[in-house]
Design a protein around this ligand. Structure first.
Ligand code: ZN
Ligand code: ZN
Length: 264
């Protein structure tokens, strides 16, 4: 956990103060997209401080090297692609879109693809969070009801069941926007078939459960706020429950968003 804490701290320190200029964003276009079920911004429209991204990515690579003991002997680190200008955009469009795009972006940086994707997403996150915050007035997160983030189109990192009404909310693995989603339904393929949607819980801690879909084999971890005393912070809960990801993956299910490198 010390490694993950250091990763989150580096993001806050190097990019936490970023304030994107969103004055050029056209609210009418955004509303039309939202009405059509599409994300508010296309990957190329996010304001990202390119130099800040580069610095953060390099810091995260250095941090990973310092914690190399976690990853075993064969730590294969990425490096920022030459003339990296624009790599953050390529990466983002891969992370929210098609798999071939993501593989290409990851290949350009080298390293273990899973690790590169994790470090890249973490280096983008503070910038994407700042964009989402600046545009929050345009997002209809309470009635979104899609499996993908209303702001960036990213996949959810985790879900929470709220304590009072029992509503279900998903949180984006990339920009941390939270939106509502139907209680029974797979965010990956959309089915609502009770027979093929089930969950298992952590035997030692029923606060967490893993919702799985037997139609598309996706899974999503969920925190049940009715069983929690303190505050819920899904990105932190996600990192604290990696053992559940291992169980789900062993059972043949695949994660939606928020991948972490093997071994960490
Ligand atoms: Zn998002
Ligand atoms: Zn499904």
């Amino acid at each position: 956990m010390a490694y993950f804490a250091a990763v989150l701290e580096a993001g806050a320190e190097l990019a936490g103060d970023f304030e994107p200029d969103v004055s050029g964003v056209d609210g009418t276009v955004c509303r039309e997209r939202a009405a059509a079920g599409r994300a508010l911004l296309e990957p190329g429209e996010f304001r990202v401080d390119g130099r800040g991204f580069d610095l953060l990515f390099e810091r995260l690579v250095a941090l990973t090297k310092e914690h190399r003991g976690l990853f075993g002997e064969e730590l294969d680190l990425p490096s920022l692609p030459e003339g990296g200008n624009g790599w953050s955009r390529e990466l983002l469009s891969g992370l929210v879109g098609a798999e071939p795009d993501l593989s290409e972006a990851l290949e350009r940086a080298g390293g273990d693809p899973q690790l590169t994707a994790f470090l890249g997403a973490q280096a983008l996150m503070p910038f994407l969070v700042a964009n989402a915050w600046a545009l929050r007035g345009l997002v209809e997160a309470a009635s979104w009801n899609s499996g993908r983030c209303p702001v960036c189109g990213g996949a959810p990192v985790m879900a929470r069941l709220e304590a009072e009404v029992g509503g279900r909310f998903l949180q984006c693995s990339l920009c941390l926007t939270e939106w509502s989603y139907k209680r029974l339904g797979c965010p990956a393929c959309g089915i609502e078939d009770q027979e093929r949607l089930r969950f298992f819980t952590d035997e030692k801690d029923e606060t967490y459960r893993v919702d799985v879909c037997d139609a598309c084999k996706a899974y999503l971890k969920t925190v049940d706020e009715r069983k929690v005393d303190g505050e819920v912070c899904l990105p932190v809960d996600h990192l604290a429950t990696i053992h559940l990801d291992l169980v789900a993956e062993r059972e043949g299910y695949h994660r939606l968003g928020g991948g972490v490198p093997a071994g960490a």
